[in-house]
Design a protein around this ligand. Structure first.
Ligand code: SF4
Ligand code: SF4
Ligand code: SF4
Length: 462
């Protein structure tokens, strides 16, 4: 029995690129592992001091800690994950993860074992002490949610009076403590016009990135009316313009609206080849490079997709990642509806969680998209051959020490960083990469999405 899984050789019907890899009849991988969980989001709790209107996990103060994985079980799962990928990007989130007393214990265990650990929080509980303890535990960055600079909007959306001010204070403290942070905003009809002001505010505060999330109607978000496809389209156009304005200073990205790539690629056709978004494997990575662990230990393709791929209380992470039929169906399935006949299916592919939420089919059409493909246009391919999440394949000789440095950066970015290091070295006539040439690169190489070094390149790793 053989499943087909992505690798850059030829196009599959689902728009992915594929090669054949052997699985046993039981669905267990028998050959080399061809997909790696580069990014893992871990919802450690459903408890939260807020109760936001759009919350995909329906978090709130009424949830109890009972039923959450305990510290020892989390440690065991972490070891299993690291056995599959020794350097993932691990996002510890919730609910509100700061409500877990063992957050730092888990962060430290992950970061000491090779993971790049970041924390997603509403920010209201980020005291000075907590920021310091997170830093001491090896946390490299924090993602904080701000939906508006108007307390009336933010506090009402988040169901927490005074929450905006608490989060603004936390962002000041993050800056003072030099812990990198990302500002995350969920766009709605109510705050859409404020996005340029929010981006400016975030850049002035020194945010590494401004991430704009589009509603996925799951959890409490099911009760919300999302924007119409044409409204999404207008916001995407605005975000592409904002990305250009802040390039080199702060990354601006759409989250869970991969349709932005139509606009980025149109810009590239018009001569803008510098967008850092071109370096991404732009199709949604859920189930291929990305997955989520729920507070109870279930694995799903992403935080917004409720479909359970396996249960970590009974099955190891590696067995679920390699053998789950849910992941196999995402990796091998054929996109349906308009996404299936769209020429952008290889670079966009739509949001699978939204397709599932709205049509009950993980591989169905993402109807939040305004584009109507004719089905006759030739497939559009991504521009970069090596993207974030690609397999790292050295094209030059690397000294063992230099190679070890590369192993210390997240697997997600390794291939792109190696490619740039090699390009830089070749341009200067080097034939081999060693620690000295790495240091030279580090001093001279521009970093594409931030003028500052991003968190994963700090600390002398590259
Ligand atoms: S969105 Fe975040 S802050 Fe809001 S209720 Fe959910 S977990 Fe809490
Ligand atoms: S399925 Fe949708 S929500 Fe999930 S990671 Fe992909 S784009 Fe985002
Ligand atoms: S139709 Fe689907 S694949 Fe095409 S751009 Fe829209 S969401 Fe992307």
């Amino acid at each position: 029995m053989a499943f087909r899984v992505p690798l850059p050789t030829q196009e599959a019907p689902n728009g992915l690129l594929e090669r054949t890899v052997p699985f046993s009849a039981a669905g267990v991988l028998t050959g080399a592992r061809t997909h790696l969980p580069h990014v893992v989001a871990w919802n450690l709790t459903k408890r939260c001091n807020l109760a936001c209107a759009h919350c995909y996990i329906s978090a709130g103060s009424w949830h109890a800690a009972a039923g959450e994985l305990d510290t020892a079980t989390c440690g065991r799962i972490l070891d299993e994950l690291l056995a599959v990928n020794s350097s993932p990007l691990l996002i510890l989130s919730g609910g509100e993860p700061l409500l877990r007393d063992d957050l730092e214990t888990l962060a430290e265990r992950g970061s000491k074992s090779g993971a790049t650990v970041v924390v997603g929080t509403n920010g209201t509980r980020l005291t000075e002490d907590r920021i310091r303890s997170l830093k001491n535990a090896g946390v490299k960055g924090v993602a904080v949610s701000i939906d508006s600079l108007s307390a009336q909007y933010h506090d009402r959306f988040r169901h927490g009076e005074g929450s905006l001010q608490q989060t603004l204070d936390a962002i000041e403290r993050l800056g003072q403590n030099r812990l990198d942070f990302i500002v995350q905003t969920t766009v709605t009809r109510g705050n859409r016009a404020e996005l340029p002001a929010l981006a400016e505010w975030a850049a002035e505060r020194g945010a590494v990135a401004f991430n704009v999330y589009f509603l996925v109607p799951t959890g409490r978000g099911e009760q919300m009316r999302g924007m119409e496809p044409e409204e999404n389209e207008a916001v995407l156009r605005d975000l592409v313009a904002l990305e250009r304005s802040y390039r080199g200073r702060m990354m601006v990205r759409s989250k869970c609206q991969p349709q932005i790539m139509r606009h980025v690629l149109a810009g590239a056709t018009d001569g803008d080849l510098d967008s850092p978004l071109l370096n991404y494997e732009t199709r949604c990575p859920c189930g291929t490079q990305y997955c989520r662990i729920t507070p109870e230990g279930k694995v799903t393709p992403c935080p917004y997709t409720p479909t359970v791929a396996g249960d970590l209380t009974t099955t190891s992470f590696g067995d679920i990642w390699d053998g789950s039929p849910v992941f196999a169906s995402i990796r091998t399935g054929v996109l349906g509806g308009k996404c299936g006949r769209c020429e952008y299916r290889g670079v966009c592919g739509g949001c699978r969680a939204r397709a599932f939420a709205e049509g009950g089919d993980l591989m169905g059409a993402d109807e939040s998209c305004a584009y109507e493909p004719t089905g006759t246009a030739p497939l559009i391919e991504r521009r970069a051959t090596v993207t974030y999440g690609s397999e790292a394949a050295p094209g030059m000789e690397w000294s063992p020490e230099a190679e070890a440095r590369m192993q210390a950066i997240p697997s997600f970015v390794r291939a792109v960083v190696m490619q740039r290091v090699e390009k830089f070295a070749r341009e200067r006539g080097h034939t081999r990469i060693d620690l000295e040439s790495l240091a030279e690169v580090r001093r001279a190489m521009p970093v594409d999405f931030s003028k500052k070094l991003p968190f994963f390149l700090k600390g002398g790793e590259a």
